[in-house]
Design a protein around this ligand. Structure first.
Ligand code: ADP
Ligand code: F6P
Length: 324
């Protein structure tokens, strides 16, 4: 069946995530296979407004699947939050013959895609964020690489923490969501996991736990603290003063967003990128690609943005049960 539109664009927006290149590659190659032309837009919505637009061929995305970051670069663009910016964005798409657009990013980027869809540009969102905080999907591109990177770093901190019989507070990314913290907490066998969705700011409980664990013979005390709670350095100072246990804070930071994507990220990104090209070829618009119950699916962007996501309750309870 011939594609319903001739030319599509692809951009990455918001924080980068390992696997974004695999998603771009899949969009480009699947779309070309369906008879569409593809244009790459640099630096997200900022590049769209600056008309940083190039033709992309199947060869242009060769040797990219294993690379971290995004070959299209990414940006945050406040101008695109305004009606003038959105009108200009749609006008520029039309000027370049871009009838459909794949937006790889998070909820904010999808809100931008929604605005372009309302202005007649067919848009499809692909979930790309290490935070796993997009409600309509069980998986977001970049999460697996990020948690593996963080897990390996935390293992290293744990070695030195044990040698010195210290308490270590390790802060991981995730914006306001606790998924990276929860997964690392379980994978690294942390004594405490502080999750923005659940933390009660009762530091005395943490102090009692550290003192209790010392009495039970534990040689270290690993606290995984989510970025959404933050303040790891001042927390470390207070805990050391209250427990007498030497305490250090480590903020892992942006190293969690880099690196070659894992197999899982490459495959999910490839599938989601290809799925987005299929949707555009079918003439669909204002949709977000997701992964649910073992299948790739799509949702209306308005509905997707209205959905809520909660941390898995059983996983939280197991993380506590295993930390004794
Ligand atoms: P993410 O996509 O990872 O959630 P941001 O929230 O920073 O990241 O959003 C990325 C970009 O998407 C913003 O810099 C802005 O250009 C655009 N954007 C975010 N929210 C909106 C909105 N409500 N309307 C239009 N554009 C938006
Ligand atoms: O959304 C991905 C993310 O890395 C968050 O975990 C973090 O809060 C944010 O982006 C950091 O953004 P920036 O790179 O602009 O500091």
């Amino acid at each position: 069946m011939a594609a319903k539109i001739k030319t599509i664009g692809v951009l990455t927006s918001g924080g980068d995530a390992p696997g974004m290149n695999a998603a771009i590659r899949a969009v480009v190659r699947k779309a070309i296979g369906l008879g569409m032309n593809v244009k790459g837009i640099y630096q997200g919505y900022k590049g769209l407004l600056n008309e940083e637009i190039v033709d992309l061929t199947a060869r242009d995305v060769a040797d990219t699947i294993s690379k971290g970051g995004t070959l299209l670069y990414t940006a945050r663009c406040s101008e695109f939050r305004t009606e003038e910016g959105q009108n200009l964005g749609a006008e520029i798409c039309r000027k370049h013959g871009i009838e459909g657009l794949v937006v790889i990013g998070g909820d904010g980027s999808f809100a931008g895609a929604q605005k372009l869809a309302a202005r007649g540009i067919n848009t499809i969102g692909v979930p790309g964020t290490i935070d796993l905080d997009i409600a309509c999907t069980e998986y977001t591109i970049g999460f697996d690489t990020a948690v593996n990177t963080a897990m390996e770093a935390i293992d290293k901190v744990r070695d030195t923490s044990t040698s010195h019989e210290r308490c270590s507070i390790i802060e991981v990314m995730g914006r306001n969501a606790g998924y990276i913290a929860l997964w690392c907490g379980i994978a690294n066998g942390a004594e405490d996991i502080l999750l923005p969705e659940l933390y009660d700011y009762d530091e005395q409980k943490l102090i009692n736990n550290i003192i209790g664990n010392r009495k039970r013979g534990k040689k270290h005390h690993i606290i995984i603290n989510a970025e959404g709670i933050g303040h790891s350095s001042s927390m470390a100072r207070r805990i050391e003063a209250a427990t007498g246990v030497e305490t250090r804070a480590t903020i892992l930071g942006h190293m969690q967003r880099g690196g070659s994507p894992t197999c899982k990220d490459r495959v999910y990104a490839s599938m989601m990128g290809a799925y987005a090209a299929d949707l555009l070829a079918e003439g669909k618009s204002n949709r977000v690609v997701g992964y649910r119950n073992g299948e790739y699916v799509d949702f209306d962007i308005d509905e997707a943005l209205a959905m809520q996501k909660n941390l898995p309750d059983y996983m939280v309870r197991v993380s506590k049960a295993l930390s004794i």
